[in-house]
Design a protein around this ligand. Structure first.
Ligand SMILES: [Fe+2]
Length: 396
């Protein structure tokens, strides 16, 4: 394989295949611009030479790759360009930008290169501030398919948002919140070691695929061990234990309830919730409340009662940003949870019985409806795909 001395590498070059170390560790993915920072990092790590199987792209080809990446970014941003309210727009911008940071940090870390721990902590710290400031906007964002890029990075971000939402509601201290966010970030970084064709598979996974995927907590641990002096034990425990089940049926170790770290239990719930509410090529996403019911059915198997109670208390039975059918036949969007009354949130009635969009949507605080026989109440969740398309964040 062609070999290049590190000091002879040129900034702003791009190769058609990944750049590897001499022991075949991926240092930079294919078609990624090699910057002077990257070269400096290679030197700092005393990597004297690299190997690249494929040819170097011409300047015009490299420009084309960069243009395509920029266009993808613009396309994603267009989804929130329509949002009127400044705060919601700002949150959307932050959400999209954070996904880009997660992508770049995760891809760097997985190559074996060190990222300043403070860089990742800073990202988590900003996310904590955002959740404290605009929790409901972020919850509505994660219930909608705005993520147009690779699924894995949005999944990591959504897990971080959900874990931090739960952590903030539990009044965890700032240090604990940072560790919770870090664990949610690192937990699925090991997935990058799973071949992309398995991660992106559009059909149901085979046993062989599952075996590969089940290695990701330990791959994550290996990656984290490089930072072991900088991170708390809970971050590593979250990474290793987020697929353990309380009845001992999980992986990689089959640990049971008392052996699993509390933060790993929070992440396990967030992870399953996010995975089940999202649409995949091989199945539809489920409405938030159906997933809530499924989670409750997993009590004492996958999750313990204490973590489930915390999760349901924070998310409410009908999560913000999901649709429900009301007892008067109309359809409404859940806009605000009611503290202490998870079955009666505030809703915005948007569609008639025949799915016609109401000209004047009506806001109802279902707690104020009382318990008379004709009081409006929720009869059940509705899958948003049966309703005319609306921009949920705009309506919130
Ligand atoms: Fe995972």
């Amino acid at each position: 394989m062609p070999r290049y001395e590190t000091h002879l590498l040129q900034p702003n070059s791009m190769f058609i295949t990944p750049i590897l170390s001499s022991d075949k560790l991926m240092l930079l993915p294919a078609k990624r611009l090699l910057t002077s920072d990257d070269i400096a990092t290679l030197k700092r790590w005393q990597i004297e030479a690299v190997e690249v199987a494929g040819r170097r792209l011409t300047e015009a080809e490299a420009a084309q790759v960069l243009q395509a990446a920029a266009a993808q970014h613009v396309l994603t941003r267009a989804a929130y360009g329509k949002v009127n309210d400044y705060e919601k727009k700002r949150c959307f911008g932050f959400y999209i930008d954070t996904e880009v940071s997660i992508r770049s940090l995760a891809e760097t870390i997985v190559t074996g290169l060190r990222v300043e721990p403070e860089k990742i902590k800073g990202m988590v710290r900003r996310l904590v501030e955002e959740i404290r400031r605009s929790r409901d906007v972020y919850l509505s964002i994660i219930h909608n398919d705005y993520g147009k890029g690779e699924h894995l990075y949005f999944h990591i971000l959504n897990n971080m948002i959900l874990c931090l939402t739960i952590g903030v509601s539990m009044n965890l201290k700032q240090d604990e919140l940072i560790n919770l966010g870090l664990g949610a970030f690192f937990a699925d970084v090991g997935m990058l070691k799973v071949p992309k064709h398995v991660r992106d598979k559009t059909r149901e996974l085979t046993d062989a695929d599952l075996n590969l995927i089940r290695k990701h907590p330990l791959e994550g641990e290996k990656i984290l061990n490089k930072w072991i002096t900088d991170y708390e034990d809970s971050v590593i425990r979250m990474t290793v234990e987020h697929h353990e089940n309380v009845d001992g049926s999980g992986y990689p170790y089959g640990k049971s309830s008392h052996e699993i770290h509390d933060h790993a239990k929070i992440l396990a719930l967030a992870d399953v919730y996010n995975a089940m509410t999202k649409k995949r090529a091989y199945r539809e996403g489920k409405a938030g409340v159906s997933v809530m019911k499924d989670l409750i059915l997993m009590k004492d198997k996958k999750f313990d009662a204490v973590s489930l109670k915390t999760f349901l208390g924070v998310m409410s039975v009908f999560p913000v940003g999901t649709f429900v059918k009301l007892s008067n036949g109309s359809y409404a969007l859940v806009v605000k949870p009611s503290a202490g009354d998870p079955l009666r949130p505030s809703v915005k009635v948007m569609f008639s019985e025949t799915y016609a969009r109401l000209e004047q949507p009506v806001l109802i605080d279902l707690r104020g409806e009382g318990s008379t026989p004709d009081a409006v109440k929720i009869v059940g969740p509705v899958d948003a795909s049966v309703l005319p398309k609306v921009d949920v964040v705009e309506e919130l």
